[in-house]
Design a protein around this ligand. Sequence first.
Ligand SMILES: Cc1cc2nc3c(=O)[nH]c(=O)nc-3n(C[C@H](O)[C@H](O)[C@H](O)COP(=O)(O)O)c2cc1C
Length: 280
Amino acid sequence: MIKLFGIIFKNRVFIASGVFGFGLKYKRVSNQVGAIFTKGITLEPRKGNPPPRVFETASGLINWVGLENPGVEKFCEEILPKMNKLHTKIFVNVAGSEVVHYERIVERIGEQVDGFELNISCPNVKEGGVAFGQDPKIAASVVARARTKTKLPLIVKLTPNFCDPLKIARVCIAAGADGISLINTLHGMVYDTGRKRPLITGGLSGPAIKPFALYCVNRLQGLGVPIIGMGGIMTGQDAYEFLLAGASAVAIGSAILRDPYAPLKIIRELKKMSNKNGNS
Ligand SMILES: Cc1cc2nc3c(=O)[nH]c(=O)nc-3n(C[C@H](O)[C@H](O)[C@H](O)COP(=O)(O)O)c2cc1C
């Protein structure tokens, strides 16, 4: 067990946003992880982008899902009551195309969850998303305004796409963030040589991004708030490396798309590694 943000978590292995829906299909997995970060929730429902939405690359995955989700009303009415029966902590990943959307979503959801992850790092939407996370002023404003609407933990999910996450993390913490999660996906592209144009432009995830993700987590050491590290974690050894690099907990993303039970394997392997190395 670990305590972060004043909350007790079962363990340090969480599920990253967008790869497990709302955790209702594989309850055995949901009930054993420390926390679940939901799919990104927007003010209005979103259908997401047309296909192709995912493409497997040499050592990772490019996705262009585009924040498909039911919108905050349906989420609160139909999904949240079911999620609240799970035996894990629930963090809602909040996304918006305008700054004001974040505070509205946080306010609407209220105290029905354990906390929020403000997604200012999605590369797959036209407005908002990664553009908010690259601009220190907008990032701080999203956090400060959401802060006025909740006393629950506010984690900010950062991008390292064309900006320094350390600079953005500092302003977010000054604006009231309780923690930082990173990294979201990196810009990526697959080319269609037949048609001589891109086949898919989206967010790269998976083992290909792990070394960069580790570097980013390590760069944020010493900020005084918990860091949730993610990016290409496939094994307990990967998770352990993130903890050594300065993360307080880790989140599993693309590994789940290959094997929905991956978090359970990672929890077991991490426990073994930690015992062997004398860590808790
Ligand atoms: C299909 C897919 C959908 C995702 N959707 C979201 C999302 O809605 N919100 C978000 O903050 N991150 C989203 N992400 C990013 C992941 O939460 C994670 O930050 C990223 O994939 C890096 O971790 P990984 O390499 O372990 O997958 C998504 C990733 C994938 C692969």
